[in-house]
Design a protein around this ligand. Structure first.
Ligand code: NAD
Length: 246
C-alpha cells in the first residue's frame, strides 16, 4: 500500500454521491472474531460448511446450536474496531451510502451504523421453525440448547445457511446499491461465497470505481482499480483521514 493509493481512493470518493460497501468476516477479524477460512477458523473437527446447512440442523439441532452458541460466546465480548466505526461515520458523510454485510456478528450495528443490509442474517436473532416468529435476543446467553419457541417449536439461528436463499428485500436493495454506486468497496471477504461475491462484479460492470481491502489475494482483486493489501481497521481510517471525514 502506498500513500498515493490512499489519496487516489480519497479523490475518487470525495465527490461521490453514491457509495456502497460490502464487508465480510475479515473486517471483524481484528476485533477477535474468527473468520471461516483463516487459521483460527476451526471449530472442533467440523467445517463451517458442514454445520451451516438445513440438513445438519435437521440431523442434529443440538450440535448445530452448540456451534452457534460457541460463536455467540466468542462475539459477545468483542467490540467494533476502527474499520466498523469508520463505516458508521460514512453513513452521514455521503448523500447515499449502503452498507452490505455478510457478517452475522452485529458489530456494524454496535459501531453505530443505522442502516445495514445483513444479507446473511444475524447471530443475535432466532427464528421459529414452526410459527416463523423472528426474535431479537441481542447478546443474551441461551438458557437451553437447542432453544424452544413459546409455541414449543424449535428455534433456529436467523442466519442464511448454505443452500438457502438470501432475504429477498435485503438482497434486492444490495443489488440495486451495487448497480447504482459510483464507488464500491469490497472489504474483508474471500469473495468465494455466492451470490454476495457477485456484487463487486455487478458494480464494476455498471461503471463503479471498485476498491478492495484484504491482506490476501482474492478472485475480486483483478477487477478492482485499487487493492489495499492490509487490514481494514488500518486502511479505512486512513482513507477517511485523507477524505477529511475521519
Ligand atoms: P471468509 O472467512 O471466507 O474470508 C475472510 C476474508 O477476510 C479473507 O479473504 C481474509 O484474507 C480477509 N481478512 C482477514 N483479516 C482481515 C483484515 N484484518 N482486514 C481485511 N480483511 C481481512 O469470510 P467471508 O468472505 O465473509 O465468508 C463468507 C461467510 O462467512 C459469510 O456467510 C459470513 O456469514 C460467514 N462468517 C461471518 C463471520 C462474522 O460474522 N464475523 C465470521 C466468520 C464467517
Amino acid at each position: 500500500m502506498e500513500i498515493r493509493d490512499i489519496e487516489r481512493a480519497a479523490e475518487i470518493l470525495r465527490p461521490a454521491k453514491r457509495v456502497a460497501v460490502l464487508t465480510g468476516a475479515g473486517i471483524s477479524a481484528e476485533s477477535g472474531v474468527p473468520t471461516f477460512r483463516g487459521p483460527d477458523g476451526l471449530w472442533r473437527r467440523f467445517r463451517a460448511e458442514d454445520l451451516a446447512t438445513p440438513e445438519a440442523f435437521a440431523d442434529d439441532p443440538k450440535l448445530v446450536w452448540e456451534w452457534y452458541d460457541w460463536r455467540r460466546g466468542k462475539i459477545a465480548g468483542v467490540a467494533p474496531n476502527p474499520g466498523h466505526t469508520t463505516l458508521a461515520k460514512w453513513e452521514r458523510r455521503f448523500p447515499s451510502f449502503t452498507l452490505i454485510t455478510q457478517n452475522v456478528d452485529g458489530l456494524h450495528v454496535l459501531a453505530g451504523s443505522r442502516h445495514v443490509l445483513e444479507i446473511h442474517g444475524s447471530l443475535w436473532r432466532t427464528r421459529c421453525s414452526v410459527c416463523r416468529e423472528v426474535r431479537e435476543d441481542r447478546r443474551a446467553p441461551l438458557a437451553e440448547l437447542p432453544p424452544l419457541c413459546f409455541c414449543e417449536g424449535l428455534l433456529r439461528p436467523d442466519v442464511v445457511w448454505f443452500g438457502e436463499t438470501l432475504p429477498m428485500e435485503a438482497w434486492r436493495m444490495a443489488e440495486t446499491a451495487a448497480e447504482e454506486s459510483a464507488v464500491f468497496l469490497v472489504v474483508g471477504t474471500s469473495s468465494v461465497v455466492a451470490p454476495a461475491s457477485s456484487l463487486g462484479l455487478v458494480a464494476a460492470r455498471a461503471g463503479a470505481h471498485l476498491f478492495e481491502i484484504n491482506p490476501e489475494a482474492t478472485p475480486m482483486a483483478p477487477l478492482a482499480e485499487g487493492v489495499f493489501r492490509t487490514s481494514a481497521s488500518i486502511v479505512l481510517p486512513e482513507i477517511a483521514r485523507a477524505l477529511g471525514a475521519g
